[in-house]
Design a protein around this ligand. Sequence first.
Ligand SMILES: [Zn+2]
Length: 129
Amino acid sequence: MIQELVCTRCGRKFDPNQIQTVCTSCAGTLFATYDLERVKSKISKDSLKERLATMWRYREVLPVNDERNIVTLGEGYTPILKAEKLGERIKLRSLLVKDDGIIPTCTFKARGQSATISKAKELGIVRLH
Ligand SMILES: [Zn+2]
């Protein structure tokens, strides 16, 4: 659950449960902040293992307050693969590649879209451009 939205330019704070775009004072980007101590007290490594293998397993640090608003095709939790031959060719001892090709839309952008559409649903937004 987002604690607040904070402007990266001027530091002004905004309510994350209201529709926001950019800072109304300076047009700066708004970053979400989370109460990580509270999150730490609510979840553990073991409890995470029991959840579905999607990005929403980390819902405490995603923007949606009510799980019923989550819109997802199962994005996230893609494998990390060793790319030894490519690593040798570009002289890296250990090269790992995250395979987002198995996400239903075949792009890492699906994670952001799932979060965006879910939060829009939660805020009552019914049309996006
Ligand atoms: Zn600002």
